[in-house]
Design a protein around this ligand. Structure first.
Ligand SMILES: Cc1cc2nc3c(=O)[nH]c(=O)nc-3n(C[C@H](O)[C@H](O)[C@H](O)COP(=O)(O)O)c2cc1C
Length: 130
């Protein structure tokens, strides 16, 4: 099983509808048994994808080709024994929920590898401070 974490930047001028991205993601991910967490602060996406090797690779190839964002940087790409982000077809946190975004991220990443967890917590903290 594979876990891939990347960060990207929303394309300026792109009509980014996070709800539409989520609906699309959840539909495909449920079909492919891909799970994970998407964090969006209005400017940057931080996403963890988990599932069988081939489906994660295929999903990421589609995501990478998506013109709604650019400058994708893979932060972590590792083999995992079990899912660390739970069974969510794609859990979601955003700054509109800023007050509890950090708590939510802490809960969602409770079982994640410490380095991956620190990435998500750092992202949530910086956004909260901004
Ligand atoms: C930040 C971001 C995250 C995305 N996450 C996923 C995802 O987890 N799963 C997925 O299938 N598509 C995801 N997408 C959408 C894909 O890029 C692509 O548009 C979609 O998979 C195409 O699916 P469709 O052919 O069923 O419309 C994401 C897009 C963006 C911009």
């Amino acid at each position: 099983m594979r876990q891939l974490v990347y960060i990207s930047t929303v394309r300026r001028g792109a009509a980014v509808d996070a709800d539409a991205i989520l609906a699309q993601s959840r539909r495909n991910n449920a079909r492919d048994r891909v799970t994970g967490l998407l964090f969006f602060d209005g400017k940057r996406f931080l996403q963890a994808l988990e599932g069988e090797d081939n489906v994660v690779t295929t999903a990421f190839a589609r995501i990478q080709a998506d013109e709604r964002h650019y400058a994708l940087v893979i932060l972590s790409n590792r083999v995992i024994a079990t899912r660390e982000f739970g069974e969510w077809a794609m859990a979601y946190a955003r700054p509109g929920e800023a007050a509890d975004a950090l708590d939510r991220v802490v809960r969602l990443t409770a079982d994640a590898d410490p380095a991956v967890r620190a990435t998500f917590e750092g992202f949530a903290k910086v956004r909260r401070a901004a």
